[in-house]
Design a protein around this ligand. Structure first.
Ligand code: LLP
Length: 428
């Protein structure tokens, strides 16, 4: 479900014509739907509504201040992974007391900053980090709230770069070792308060099974830690997958109704129905850390076709966005649907859509049959709201694109396009 659909022959975001936005603000251009973000947040919040819970939005997925503000207004918590993300949350009006701080490599400066801001929990990823947290908290004369991330050794069945819950991944403490880590910490670390337990098995999970497997495996541990150490929360992480294929059609509830469970990702209702009964009697506050689910299908990247190039083997559509603007296809073989903004006719062509960057990996699709579009036309790379702009870079000295937030019929620039001077700012 999302706010992108054709109306009067042109792709719209909510009530705003994307063609108009491309003309007014140029391309490449990220456009987000505020009501989709709100709707996704509320659905998830409601699915867990019968139990004590908090949805802590994973800021890394899309950290624009206006997106964070929108979620702060919904009273969301935030899962952060750096001092920079905490700074953003605070600037956007988010509450540090609702922030959890994840990541395997927190620095002293980041820990001190987060301690001073009074965050809810440091989600630590090793015993070494827990000891360091204790030391820094001791130096400041405060007690650091902490949870340890357990690595449950569950196969999330997702791309290997975004699978995190197996023993060979760098994340968390092995399931078999973690009880002793809590026991030693309780005995030896006077400046740490063991407040919770955390896990996260991977991203873009489209089946409920790995979630169930992980929750069932870890629940007895959570109960044990509550009984022995008095922990109060269990974060079961993020990872809920979204529709990338058929992205445009999935904006329509009918599409969901027409698909069998094997043909579409899990729904939020299914997620809630499967997990709530397994979580409700633990006596723990349940935290979720969704990123992609909240913002992924709430955004598109608009790009203009520059040239159509005919080679002996292929037809290339060269567009003005590159892998520096959206790196998911190059990095994870990520699939993004490509839809012409002007509603297309029946004609379809097998093409590669490529960017201007000097790398063969700079493509948005290869040998894909697409609705035909011509040089000069604008197309939308769908499902680009998560891990899109945040992973963009200045590679090839290309300015970062602008970002727009649409809310009903209003469209606001929430990040100016970078200028060439912005790119060299700070250099000598
Ligand atoms: N919690 C932790 C500890 C995480 O590491 C992540 C994502 C999340 C929550 C949020 O996961 P989500 O609900 O968004 O799946 N750049 C990749 C995804 C990397 C995910 C990293 N961690 C991509 O574009 O697919």
């Amino acid at each position: 479900m999302h706010g992108f659909a054709y109306r009067h022959g042109s792709l719209h975001c909510e009530d705003v014509n994307l063609q108009t936005l491309a003309e007014e603000h140029g391309t490449p251009l990220y456009v987000y739907s505020a009501n989709t973000i709100r709707d996704h947040y509320r659905r998830l919040d409601q699915a867990l509504g019968s139990i004590d819970h908090e949805v802590a939005y994973a800021v890394k997925a899309n950290s624009n201040l206006s997106v964070l503000r929108l979620l702060a207004e919904e009273d969301a918590g935030f899962d952060i992974v750096s001092g920079g993300e905490l700074f953003r949350v605070i600037k956007a009006g988010g509450n540090p007391a609702k922030c959890t701080f994840a990541g395997v490599g927190k620095t002293r400066a980041e820990i001190e900053y987060a301690l001073k801001q009074g965050i809810y929990s440091f989600n630590v990823e090793s015993e070494e980090e827990l000891r360091y947290l204790n030391e820094v908290a001791g130096d400041l004369g405060v007690i650091a709230p902490a949870a340890v991330r357990v690595n449950p050794n569950v196969d999330a069945k997702t791309h290997k770069y975004i699978s995190t819950g197996k023993s060979e991944n760098k994340f968390g403490v092995d399931f078999d070792l973690i009880t002793d880590v809590y026991a030693r910490a309780a005995k030896e670390l006077a400046n740490v308060k063991l407040r919770g337990l955390q896990m996260h098995i991977g991203s873009q999970l489209t089946s409920i099974k790995p979630f169930i497997e992980a929750v069932e495996k870890v629940a007895p541990l959570a109960i044990h830690l509550k009984n022995i150490h008095g922990i109060e929360f269990w974060s079961i992480g993020g990872g809920i997958g979204i529709v990338y294929h058929d992205s445009l059609k999935s904006g329509d509830p009918q599409w969901w109704a027409s698909k069998s469970e094997d043909e579409r990702p899990l729904t939020i209702a299914e997620y809630g129905e499967a997990l709530v009964p397994r979580l409700q009697n633990l006596g723990l506050k349940i935290l979720l850390e969704p990123g992609r689910y909240i913002v992924g299908n709430a955004g598109v990247l608009l790009t203009r076709c520059l040239y159509e190039k005919h080679g002996t083997a292929k037809t290339f559509k060269v567009v003005d966005a590159g892998m520096n603007d959206l790196i998911r296809p190059a990095l994870y073989e990520g699939h993004h649907e490509i839809e012409p903004v002007k509603q297309p006719g029946e004609a379809r062509r097998k093409v590669d859509v490529v960017g201007p960057i000097c790398e063969s990996g700079d493509f948005f699709c290869q040998d894909r049959e697409l609705a035909d579009f011509q040089p000069g036309e604008v197309v939308a790379l769908m499902s680009a709201g998560a891990y899109g702009f945040v992973m963009a870079s200045n590679y090839n000295s290309r300015p970062l694109p602008a970002e727009i937030l649409v809310d009903g019929s209003a469209a606001r620039v929430i990040r100016q396009r970078q200028t060439l001077d912005d790119i060299i700012a700070g250099e000598v």
